[in-house]
Ligand binder design. Structure first.
Ligand code: AMP
Length: 306
């Protein structure tokens, strides 16, 4: 798979089917967290045109039905692996469902297992470490309505915060964790090396339960970012895709693990001012689930229920 990604990528760039934008990387530490800003000023040179009124059905608008054969890396029984047509990261690829499914539908046990398998394959074949992500809903940064999960290589020697989130205290029976260094509401769960479909689905449902509870309290529809590695899965509920500042400041799932895209120096400056705090505005402030549990229900054994 990885060699097909590499060769398809080179061919698609050469024949103009894939638009690759060069960028420079800026690494900073903010409040003890490592962040990477990918700066691609050529993306910001053209003012973005107002979006035309959507025509037809979501299915008829899908870029992957049937999809450009020059961008298709591999076809599986129920999915296709395709290259991102507008790549800032080299070898950015996607797993899309063969049949149309809405991006806001739940991830099925099969979606989860296939995504993890794809991630493991690309890691093994490339010797690099990739992350997978899913932007569920337009407020989470999704721009395409057809169900798609995405994969990019992590920057070299970059360790997203969930790699070092402290383990909960030993008397806790709560699988979902949060990280006190992170200011926005998020839910983190560890993955076993050989999880089957049911196990992955149960863990995903647990994260989703927390996210929907928070969104429901604010009377908001389903919008969240999901990021996963071989070791963990992180979910961040979202209420807004971007901040209406000048310039607008938006992030997708990658922002939740400290990877930001700046399309101009001005945007970089504004993003840097906020860092991870941007996600408290595009999502919610972190509330410690254990703390909330203590307030809400304490059982005689001292376990908190959340
Ligand atoms: P999102 O914006 O999170 O919904 O992700 C959609 C992804 O699909 C982005 O990475 C886009 O660059 C990519 N994309 C959009 N149109 C196409 C296309 N025609 N072929 C392949 N990838 C596309």
């Amino acid at each position: 798979m990885y060699s097909a990604i590499q060769s398809k990528f080179a061919e698609a760039v050469a024949n103009g089917k894939l638009i690759f934008t060069d960028s420079v990387e800026k690494r900073v530490k903010q409040n003890g967290l490592s962040l990477v800003y990918t700066v691609a000023p050529s993306l910001g040179q053209k003012p973005s045109a107002p979006k035309p009124e959507a025509q037809g059905t979501p299915e008829s608008r899908s870029p992957w039905l049937p999809g450009d054969p020059d961008l298709i890396v591999e076809t599986l029984a129920d999915y296709k692996i395709v290259l991102n047509k507008f790549a800032v990261a080299k070898y950015h690829f996607l797993l899309v469902t063969k049949q149309f499914e809405p991006q806001t539908s739940l991830l099925s046990p099969q979606d989860l297992k296939t995504s993890l398998d794809v991630l493991k394959r690309v890691n093994k074949e490339s010797g690099d470490r990739y992350i997978g992500f899913f932007n569920c809903g337009s407020a989470a940064g999704a721009s395409v309505e057809h169900k798609h999960l995405q994969f990019v290589k992590l920057p070299d020697n970059y360790y997203p915060f969930p790699d070092s989130t402290p383990m909960p205290s030993s008397d806790s029976n709560i699988a979902t964790r949060t990280d006190k260094r992170v200011p926005f509401a998020h839910y983190l769960i560890d993955l076993e090396p050989e999880s089957d479909e049911d196990e992955l689905a149960m863990k995903y449902s647990e994260l989703l339960g927390h996210s929907l509870t928070l969104l429901g309290r604010h009377h908001l529809p389903i919008n969240y970012n999901l990021v996963f590695t071989e070791e963990w899965m992180l979910m961040t509920p979202r209420k807004l895709s971007e901040l209406q500042a000048d310039p607008k400041l938006g992030v997708n799932s990658l922002g939740t693990v400290g990877l930001f895209l700046a399309k101009s120096e001005k945007q970089l400056e504004q993003l840097e001012l906020r860092g991870m705090n941007l996600l408290t505005e595009l999502g919610f402030e972190r509330e410690d689930p254990l703390q909330r549990g203590v307030e809400n229900s304490v059982d005689p054994l001292g376990y908190t229920h959340y």
